[in-house]
Design a protein. Structure first.
Length: 97
């Protein structure tokens, strides 16, 4: 007689394959993107709101300007929503920058 299937009660009951096993750096979420954020540097006041709100830590600061790491940006648009001066435009990936 077949054994009754046990429902998982917590993460320790999940099979190994259901858990991420690599560093998050290896999951390049940029491949999911339908829209990409483009920063107008002439409007940017360097407030860093985009950096603060980005859920993927994909906004970069090099000491002079803000940029986006497109390998990890998944195009959610939160940065554009939170930018106080509308310096970020979400552009369809089908269009060239
Ligand atoms: S679109 Fe989303 S993931 Fe990409 S930089 Fe903006 S907040 Fe981060
Ligand atoms: S939120 Fe807008 S103004 Fe602020 S740093 Fe980002 S792009 Fe620049």
């Amino acid at each position: 007689m077949a054994e009754a299937k046990k429902e998982p009660r917590g993460w320790k009951d999940l099979p190994l394959s259901a858990l991420p096993y690599k560093l998050s750096l290896e999951y390049k979420t940029g491949s999911w993107r339908a829209f990409r954020p483009v920063i107008d540097q002439s409007k940017c006041i360097k407030c860093m709101n985009c950096w603060l709100y980005c859920p993927d830590f994909a906004v970069l600061w090099d000491g002079e300007r803000v940029s986006v790491n497109y390998e990890y940006c998944k195009g959610c648009g939160i940065c554009a929503h939170e930018c106080p001066v509308n310096a970020i435009t979400m552009v369809p990936e089908t269009k060239k920058a």
